[in-house]
Design a protein around this ligand. Sequence first.
Ligand SMILES: [Zn+2]
Length: 290
Amino acid sequence: MTANRRPRAYREVSVARVEVPLTAEGLTEHFLGRECYRRTRYVVARNGDATALVGVEPADPEPLFSPAASVEVLALPAETVYLRLPDVDTGVPSQLARVAAGRRAARAVVVEGRYSHVSFLLDPDPLRVRVCEVVPPHPPKLLDQAQRVLDVAEDLPPMVLDPDLVELEALAPDAAVVLLPCRGAGVRLDGHEVHYLDERPPERDWMLLGCSRSRQLHRWFYGRGAPGPDTCPRALASGSGPLLTKCCLLEDRTEIDGDVAVVPWGASLEQVKQALAALARRHDPAWAPA
Ligand SMILES: [Zn+2]
């Protein structure tokens, strides 16, 4: 069984109202030898509210229409849902994956979405990617960027993000005086005297709540290292499976290390997309950008 089967292009799907019973025999008998458009590879067959999914191969793909030489019944009504969701762009695999995630009982999720286009995801098994980063800010920047990329990526396979967020406050050291990398991050630390490294304050006996890069800045400013926890998401990430995270020490390149993709701190949407593409390729070498 091939997971995540879906049309390669909108024109491969046709919708047909039929009067025959939506059984394997009924569908095969109805569509075998029936004229179909040269680009049609899938038929969403509907009878009343029932829906089935059928694969077809035209005998000759050259003329505009040709009799179906083979018919493959892909999903019967008991395992198929038909949803009208005008906000869903059915050309974006991850949007279909998100719909399918809410319909786990269905093998075939057929969606009539934006522009009334109809498409489907058969045997959904989206690649789950954990996104590890530190909050605040809210929304978490990398998670938000990655979701925005997936929301429009027509050339990435279906993917779902699992947030793995670390509250910066939870890492706060048990010290009276704390140094944060910058004032802009919106971190609240009640019960601490807080200073900000980017303001280069007069030196105190503080603990630094920051990443390796801010430790380097501290050494540059004050000529010594700073005690305190490392807050770099790359250092905090644990567990296994595909992971997207970021690192304070990467300035302009992305690192792929096994199932882990690490983008620079200020990654562009394009870099985030390339990182997701690298994880997808690793998970399924057969998948490659069109
Ligand atoms: Zn780092």
